[in-house]
Ligand binder design. Structure first.
Ligand code: C2E
Ligand code: MG
Ligand code: MG
Ligand code: MG
Length: 287
């Protein structure tokens, strides 16, 4: 009977949805213990200057080495951590590890055994932005470890700041006044009011990967080229730097360099990896 066949199909879809919900629930409940057991680790992806390909810094990207599911990407667990509030202690851990790593790189730089990177980018999610301890925690970590505030860049997504009022912007403003860079991540996806940019304490726009994708084909998408050209001129007019994400080919890098973007990040240069990877890269710069 057609009806029962349809019923089965729906039962099947339900079963899959149930399985996903069970996994999500399991992951959510095991998050706090995972933090205590040290199951999270950080990969670093270099940011390079488009003009000459030298390393400018690195972005810290968290992963979860789950005992049964294997290595999980942040898209699988950050939303869960965000939902339960675990993102606050997890984010503090990511910040501390990243600042320690940047400090270690700076010491090696001073000793002449390493050519960079000396700057570190750390992602902040909306719950961290709303947490009252953000400024104090950040200052505490920077002072205790001894990293100059100017070596840290905090990345906040454009969507997290849409419609942000002064209360939400105040901690970011305080951090920016101390010299911490604030980057607007995934820029161009959030439909924010461009005039609003002047109000935000940001110093860098990180153009979303969707723009760089249009430059992968030959010839490049002329509309994407025009849009990026416009964003770069707006950003530079407001004295903001422009970083591009998701650069996968040399042709993309060349387009973005010609359009005046400042720094880039993507598989063309390096995939996210262990901190040692940055040594190999910057040694290659040096020769
Ligand atoms: P994001 O901050 O926009 O980071 C860039 C993402 O693009 C990373 O994904 C990176 O691995 C990926 N990527 C880099 N180059 C390329 C490329 O050439 N091609 C493609 N297709 N992808 C590229 P990942 O590591 O899976 O992270 C996803 C998102 O999770 C991040 O997006 C960020 O929003 C969030 N996230 C990661 N770590 C943290 C963290 O410590 N705290 C918070 N709150 N969020 C984090
Ligand atoms: Mg980011
Ligand atoms: Mg991004
Ligand atoms: Mg992104």
């Amino acid at each position: 009977r057609a009806k029962s066949a349809g019923g089965n199909r729906f039962e099947h879809a339900d079963a899959e949805a149930d399985a996903r919900a069970i996994t999500r629930h399991g992951l959510t409940t095991s998050l706090p213990a995972a933090l205590e057991r040290g199951e999270f680790f950080i990969e670093y992806q270099p940011l390079v200057h488009l003009a000459d390909g030298t390393v400018h810094g690195a972005e810290a990207l968290v992963r979860w080495s789950h005992p049964t599911h294997g290595v999980l990407s942040p898209d699988r667990f950050i939303p869960l951590a965000e939902h339960t509030g675990l993102i606050v202690p997890l984010g503090r851990w990511v910040l501390e590890q990243s600042v320690l790593q940047a400090r270690a790189w700076q010491e090696e730089l001073a000793a002449g055994t390493f050519a960079g990177p000396v700057r570190i980018n750390v992602n902040l999610s909306p719950a961290q932005l709303h947490h009252p301890g953000l400024v104090a925690d950040t200052v505490e970590v920077l002072e205790r470890i001894g990293l100059p505030p100017g070596s840290l860049c905090l990345e906040v997504t454009e969507s997290a700041l849409i419609g942000a009022d002064e209360d939400l912007l105040k901690p970011l403003r305080q951090l920016a006044e101390m010299g911490v860079d604030i980057a607007l991540d995934d820029f161009g996806t959030g439909y924010s009011n461009l005039a609003n940019l002047r109000r935000l304490p940001v110093s860098v726009l990180k153009l979303d990967r969707s723009f760089t994708q249009g430059m992968q084909q030959h010839p490049a998408d002329p509309v994407d080229l025009k849009i990026v050209e416009g964003i770069v001129s707006l950003a530079h007019g407001l004295e903001l730097g422009v970083t591009v994400e998701g650069v996968e080919t040399g042709a993309q890098a060349e387009h973005l360099r010609r359009l005046g973007c400042d720094t880039a990040q993507g598989w063309y240069y390096a995939r996210p990896g262990p901190p040692e990877m940055l040594h190999t890269l910057s040694m290659a710069d040096a020769v």
